[in-house]
Design a protein around this ligand. Structure first.
Ligand code: GDP
Length: 416
């Protein structure tokens, strides 16, 4: 059997109407995943659903772009939800669709726009380490090298502001609509000597499995199985679990956590000796009963137990909030599999969203588009880790009124 190709999750980000859907549509057609019949007709032939507003559906959009797959010689790719798609941030944070890389689409005619900045800042907050810049709609600027360089310069300023060196980032002149530089180098841009989009994608590095980090398995469900006993189910986020290991579940319904020795590990109805990051497993632990643990608990080795945070400081980005956020606000934080109401107890500093630098100390409120450093106190114990130590366990989405109002990451646990 041929070796399985490595897999990458891609997010397409950028200002509305800059051509994300068109680019993904054309990419999927060129990669042979979908055929032209599945596309909408006319002007917007490469346009599909990415955003799911009614008005857009009525304009005849035909397939959902999120979760579409395509392959190149090197990798299998999945297009994960994009910002604008309702649950993008929540899905990214809770690990359902963590992107390994982002393609930032900037239209050459408009240049850098507010959402270009917001999405770049968000991609950093969400821990997306690799980014490719597609300068799109080059056909509208007569494929001008000068215009390409102007937009490239503006985007470079943004990249520097989030601590990225623009000289290590690939900029590609594109026309998503005409198909320039997507798969084949375009004769319309003879001055461009860099890779096509597909080549740039294949030059990305596949994510390494975080096997060196402490073991963390957020629990999704707990089953009782005849002949086996209690079987918590979850995905190994970091570290390695072996049969015979001593593990602890926190916060758990028992004081100081439920703990015991791992008796069995199962995946797809098969027994395994070892599980590693990305594995969805069921496992049985000696002495741990169904009522001792529940969804939202996290398992780790007893020798390096998950951190239960009483209070923490965080960096948050407010994505869409109808009003303002002030001290005392208590929405639900979605972090790994836990959903916990948490209170904003201090607004420490507002950040300049374009630079990430502190702008104002102790603002009275923060609102949509703002980024800030804040102090948070969960209303009940929850497991959380500092994002710099265990990245997948340090991110959260803040939900209220049925939508994701903000996203953030834990900078420091201030009280355990
Ligand atoms: P999104 O909101 O970023 O997903 O943008 P869309 O893909 O929906 O594109 C917005 C509009 O720009 C649509 O009418 C597209 O047909 C058009 N468009 C997208 N890419 C190009 C391009 O490369 N050249 C031209 N001329 N139009 C484009």
């Amino acid at each position: 059997m041929a070796k399985e190709k490595e897999h990458l999750n891609l997010a397409f980000i950028g200002h509305v109407d800059h051509g994300k859907s068109t680019l993904v549509g054309n990419l999927l057609v060129k990669a042979g995943t979908i055929n032209e019949q599945q596309l909408a007709s006319g002007e917007d032939k490469f346009r599909f659903i990415m955003d799911t507003t009614k008005e857009e559906q009525e304009r005849g959009v035909t397939i959902d772009l999120a979760h579409q797959k395509f392959s190149t010689k090197k990798y299998d790719y999945t297009v994960v939800d994009c910002p604008g798609h309702r649950d993008f941030v929540k899905n990214m944070i809770t690990g359902a669709s963590q992107a390994d890389a982002a393609v930032l689409v900037v239209a050459a005619n408009d240049g850098v726009m507010p959402q270009t900045k917001e999405h770049m800042f968000l991609s950093m907050t969400l821990g997306i380490k690799q980014i490719i810049i597609g300068i799109n709609k080059m056909d509208m600027e007569d494929y001008s090298e000068d215009r390409f360089n102007e937009v490239k310069e503006d985007v470079s300023v943004l990249l520097k502001s989030i601590g990225r060196d623009p000289s290590t980032v690939t900029f590609i002149p594109l026309s998503a609509f005409e198909g320039d530089n997507i798969v084949e180098a375009s004769s319309n841009t003879p001055w461009y000597k860099g890779p096509t989009l597909i080549e740039a994608l294949d030059a990305l590095t596949a994510p390494e499995k975080p096997t060196d980090l402490p073991l963390r398995i957020p629990i999704q469900d707990v089953y009782s199985i005849t002949g086996v006993g209690t079987v918590p189910v979850g995905r190994v986020e970091t570290g390695i679990l072996k049969k015979g290991d001593n593990v602890i579940f926190l916060p758990s319904t028992t004081v100081n956590g439920a703990s015991g020795e791992v008796k069995s590990i199962e995946m797809h109805h098969e027994q395994f000796e070892v599980a590693e990051p990305g594995d969805n497993i069921g496992f049985n632990v000696r002495g741990v009963g169904k009522n001792d643990i529940r969804r939202g608990d996290v398992a780790g080795h007893t020798s390096d137990a998950p951190t239960v945070a009483k209070q923490f400081s965080a960096q948050v980005v407010v994505l869409q909030h109808p009003g303002v956020i002030t001290v005392g606000y208590t929405p639900v934080f979605h972090c790994h599999t836990s959903q916990t109401a948490c209170t904003f107890i201090e607004l420490t500093a507002k950040l300049d969203p374009a630079t990430g630098q502190p702008e104002a100390k102790n603002p009275d409120f923060i609102k949509t588009g703002d980024a800030a450093i804040v102090e948070i106190r969960p209303t009940k114990p929850m497991v959380l880790e500092e994002a710099k130590n265990i990245p997948p366990m340090g991110r959260f989405a803040i939900r209220d009124m049925g939508q994701t109002v903000a996203a953030g990451l834990c900078l420091k646990i201030t009280e355990q």
